[in-house]
Ligand binder design. Structure first.
Ligand SMILES: [Zn+2]
Length: 250
């Protein structure tokens, strides 16, 4: 089954018009400012190959208080992330999930009750994955959700039954362990790498604080934060249903 993506690139027309109108003035300004590109300027054409890309991903939400604070901070910074949601927590947070979607974040499934997906029969698997998918589809009116299996544990049955790409991670600060924002910030910033996928949890205030500080720190290093879909598209790597992906390192 082919994997169809719903989203579209952000339009670059305004940017092109500005360049056309400003002409030599823009070139002169660029000369003074050097070659730096605003960290979250729209992705356009060949730029994407040169820019350092990284994806922030959040598991175990939504949780109204912390997820809302995170969405506020990401919106202030113009940053898009990917959220792997617990199906059972979606019903009471429909507005939060709709906001995620509306603001350009990508959404995935993290099972209905946060259970390990291996060694389940098909009915129990569907009660975790298909039920989550149906819940999200009812809230968002689309059906293109990624999967992140709890604990990163999968087997051949998961791959055969899931019906969407499986997204793992390459940078894991274990933010749940001590909820120490400074430690988490230090680990992620030191391990950051072009094409990386960062795993965090938007159910802890300290993780929200850390994530926003990480965004600010990596912006100063020229990183562009993108969704999982954007990250793999920029690298020309097709995401296939039933396949697992840890990173998009060049
Ligand atoms: Zn989890």
């Amino acid at each position: 089954m082919r994997w169809n993506w719903r989203r579209q690139r952000r339009p670059g027309g305004v940017l092109l018009l500005l360049f056309a109108l400003a002409g030599a003035a823009v070139l002169a300004w660029q000369g003074r400012q050097g070659p730096s590109v605003p960290a979250d300027a729209p992705l356009t054409g060949g730029e994407t190959e040169q820019r350092r890309l990284i994806a922030l991903t959040f598991d175990d939400g939504p949780r109204r208080s912390t997820t809302t604070a995170l969405l506020d901070g990401l919106a202030e910074r113009g940053v898009k992330a990917t959220f792997f949601l617990i199906g059972a927590q979606v019903e009471d947070n429909r507005d939060v999930v709709r906001r995620m979607d509306r603001e350009g974040h990508q959404i995935g499934i993290h099972t209905y009750d946060h259970v390990q997906l291996t060694d389940l029969n098909r009915a129990d698997f569907d009660a975790q994955v298909e039920k989550s998918r149906a819940t999200l589809k009812a809230v968002l009116d689309h059906n293109d959700f990624l999967l992140r299996p709890p604990y990163g544990i999968l087997d051949d049955s998961v791959k055969a039954w899931v019906g969407c790409p499986i997204i793992l991670w390459s940078i894991d600060p274990e933010d749940w362990r001590d909820q120490d924002a400074q430690r988490v910030i230090g680990e992620v910033v030191s391990e950051a790498r072009d094409g990386g996928i960062i795993l965090m949890h938007d159910i802890f205030p300290e993780s929200v604080e850390a994530a926003l500080a990480i965004v600010d720190a990596l912006h100063t290093q020229g990183y562009y934060f993108c969704t999982i879909e954007e990250l793999f598209a920029a690298r020309g790597i097709p995401l296939e249903a039933g396949e697992s992906y840890w990173n998009a390192y060049p």
